[in-house]
Design a protein around this ligand. Structure first.
Ligand SMILES: NC(=O)c1ccc[n+]([C@@H]2O[C@H](COP(=O)([O-])OP(=O)(O)OC[C@H]3O[C@@H](n4cnc5c(N)ncnc54)[C@H](OP(=O)(O)O)[C@@H]3O)[C@@H](O)[C@H]2O)c1
Length: 211
């Protein structure tokens, strides 16, 4: 697929690099092609391409949003360009003291959707640290795959993202409409507190047992 990344830092580079290695055509939508994160991502993952933001977005079928949450309105300023596109929201609104950045009143993904009403927003790749997007392998559990919880209002867009999750080694778990993102954002806070504050380390994820 033709993929574009807005934001190519810890999360963006890990996902972009692995998706390019799987054979996808991955372009960094760069506001500044000489920025540190763009330069470092290209050095680490030479299969990535780079293009001006509007060209990369126009060409892409799926766009990953991986900027700080505070930057989303600037990053999505040209809203019309996203009409009909699948937009994977990888951002998390995090407030002071590891609280929900929108006071748990509304999810960040719904705020993103309101900036680009014609895009098909799917929240994914948010509930763990970037280390798990670099390497999703948890050997020793047989066929059990680590779970990637996703949410979105557009079933077809969710299926596209679910397939990308599978390609990257995850079991996609559809949690329902985009409003469920609020709960995913709280899962993120849980993971961050366990992994980074309490010292549990980044090497754990959740899996789903189903009967
Ligand atoms: N870090 C994690 O473990 C983790 C895990 C899950 C989700 N998240 C979420 O994922 C998002 C990205 O986190 P990160 O750790 O990857 O951040 P990061 O390493 O700081 O990278 C942020 C990227 O966003 C770009 N950017 C900033 N403002 C922009 C704008 N206005 N327009 C376009 N691009 C812009 C930066 O470009 P420049 O280099 O040009 O500044 C950089 O490439 C955040 O919302 C975070 O909450 C993070």
């Amino acid at each position: 697929m033709k993929l574009a990344f807005i934001g190519i830092g810890q999360v963006g580079a890990a996902l972009a690099g692995n998706l390019a290695a799987l054979g996808h055509s991955v372009t960094i939508a760069a506001r500044d092609p000489s920025s540190k994160t763009v330069t470092e991502a290209l050095a680490k993952y030479p299969a990535l391409a780079v293009a001006a933001t509007e060209d990369a977005i126009a060409a892409a079928e799926v766009i990953f949003l991986a900027t700080p949450f505070a930057a989303v309105s600037a990053a999505l300023a040209n809203g019309d360009a996203f009409a009909g596109k699948v937009l994977v929201d990888c951002t998390n609104p995090v407030g002071p003291g590891l609280t929900h950045g929108l006071d748990s009143k509304r999810s960040g993904s719904e705020a993103v959707q309101s900036l680009v009403p014609q895009a098909r927003v799917v929240k994914a790749f948010t509930i763990y640290g970037f280390e798990n997007f670099e390497d999703s392998a948890y050997p020793g559990y047989g066929d059990l795959k680590p779970a990637m919880l996703i949410a979105g209002d557009d079933a077809e867009a969710k299926q596209v993202v679910a397939t990308l999750c599978q390609d990257l080694g995850w079991e996609p778990v559809d949690t329902g409409p985009l409003s469920m993102s609020l709960h995913l954002e709280h899962m993120t806070l849980l993971w961050i507190k366990m992994a980074r504050v309490q010292g549990g380390g980044a090497g754990f994820v959740w899996a789903r047992l189903q009967r």
